[in-house]
Design a protein around this ligand. Structure first.
Ligand code: FMN
Length: 191
């Protein structure tokens, strides 16, 4: 297994340093209390005007909606995401409930909520892999998602497994730490 405990050279919080997007998942269930904690973490995320525009549709492997949500994934994602015990469809309200005006920070706030949920999952020894490679149109149609919600992503949740369990082409990718731009490329101070 790769040593994922030292992605950053700086002493950022261990949960942030250990987090990665797993493709390999153990054949181990996510318990109801574990799932509730992960969703509860998202609930406490900050949002513009405290709108809390995020919405989640949870499908458990073998349960209602799972096969249909899995079927929306691009084949390259479905190849491994079918092993994750939980798939979550993320959606977001585009407008403020109080006045119907556009909420231009809605997707931003969903991203923040997903970050919180991801950190909580990692702290519990689980992993989240966010997926943009899926058909939002198919998901919207099957799950009858109301028009005022954008369908944004799918999250695969489970306990990260060994890279050996993956098909050959994905093994090496699972072991490689994904690179990052340097802080100097991302940050400017004062000007
Ligand atoms: C919005 C979003 C969409 C993503 N879509 C996919 C996807 O369709 N397939 C995939 O394998 N990874 C997907 N990823 C995972 C990224 O590739 C991954 O987060 C990035 O390479 C950094 O790797 P790390 O999360 O392991 O640090 C997505 C991530 C985000 C945030």
């Amino acid at each position: 297994m790769p040593d994922r405990n030292n992605r950053s050279d700086l002493p950022i919080h261990p949960v942030l340093n250990e987090r990665y997007s797993p493709r390999s998942f153990k054949d181990r269930d996510v318990t109801e209390p574990e799932l509730e904690l992960v969703l509860e973490a998202a609930r406490w995320a900050p949002s513009s005007m405290n709108e809390q525009p995020w919405r989640f549709l949870v499908a458990r492997k073998g349960g209602v909606g799972h096969a249909e949500l899995l079927a929306t994934l691009a084949p390259s994602n479905a190849l491994w995401a079918d092993k994750a015990p939980i798939l979550i469809l993320t959606m977001v309200h585009r407008t403020f409930k109080r006045n119907g005006l556009p909420n231009i920070h809605a997707w931003h706030d969903l991203g923040g909520a997903v970050a919180m949920l991801t950190v909580q999952a990692t702290a519990l020894g689980m992993g989240i892999h966010q997926l943009g490679g899926f058909s939002a149109t198919t998901a919207r149609a099957h799950f009858q998602v109301p028009e005022d919600l954008d369908v944004v992503s799918v999250l695969a949740l489970g306990h990260p497994g060994h890279s050996d369990a993956l098909p050959e082409g994905l093994r090496e990718r699972e072991e490689r730490r994904s690179p990052r731009s340097g802080l100097a490329d991302l940050v400017r101070f004062g000007k």
